[in-house]
Design a protein around this ligand. Structure first.
Ligand SMILES: [Zn+2]
Length: 222
């Protein structure tokens, strides 16, 4: 079981998938991922590696960009995976935005990264993958207040739908919209509470299981 964005599926020459507990690497991208995946350390920062070769070693990064046919992806278990593609399918990107990356405005950094290459956000589309939802992501009151102060243009009730809960998917969606993304899709699944009726929890969740288990969100040109 893995999840796809109908929006990304409409982009020509692209394959992608958001993994689950049952298929941590989406089967749609498994072969190319095993053959050519980069190596990196996710550090909850906002650095972006440009992939130019198969099996590239990238160091400490939380985002990827490529015009090559090597697949790129991020691993997450509650944090927000964001997969992006240029509408013509010529370029793709992947970002890992937990609360740290979101508060550091990773999406805004990505828009500057594109601008530096004479790219426009309006020529790109994005899909926000499964993440711990505003239903379940309880944090400190101070962290909620930090987010409200960091994003003063956003509705505080959207950032924090109920007391001490934080909705990271909504904050990233709002940022992508503000920055003029061409189109946006959200996979409305919560890594903490989404359940399969027979198999139980559908996702690895850091909050539920602790460290060490993850699912991958992968995108690549074909
Ligand atoms: Zn939930």
């Amino acid at each position: 079981m893995y999840f796809e964005s109908q929006l990304l599926k409409s982009v020509p020459g692209i394959t992608h998938g958001f993994g689950s507990k049952f298929d941590p690497v989406p089967t749609s991208v498994l072969k190319s991922w095993v053959d050519a995946r980069p190596t990196w350390n996710q550090v909850a920062g906002i650095e972006i590696a440009t992939i130019i070769r198969k099996g590239q070693i990238c160091g400490d990064v939380d985002g990827f960009f490529t015009t090559t046919k090597n697949p790129i992806g991020v691993k997450a278990a509650d944090c927000v995976p964001i997969l992006l593609a240029k509408k013509d399918g010529s370029k793709v990107a992947a970002l890992h935005a937990g609360w740290r990356g979101t508060k550091l405005k990773f999406v805004d950094k990505f828009s500057h990264f594109l601008e530096a290459q004479a790219e426009k956000m309006s020529d790109w589309v994005a899909a926000i993958g499964p993440a711990v939802g505003g239903c379940c992501y309880e944090v400190s009151e101070d962290l909620v207040n930090d987010f409200v102060a960091t994003f003063p243009e956003m509705d505080a009730d959207m950032i924090s739908p109920t007391y001490r809960k934080l909705d990271l998917q909504a904050v990233n969606a709002c940022e992508l919209t503000r920055l003029g993304i061409g189109a946006l899709d959200i996979i409305a699944e919560c890594t903490y509470c989404s359940m399969d009726k027979v198999k139980g929890p559908m996702f690895h969740s850091f909050r539920r299981e602790g460290a060490g288990t993850r699912q991958w969100s992968v995108i690549g040109r074909i």
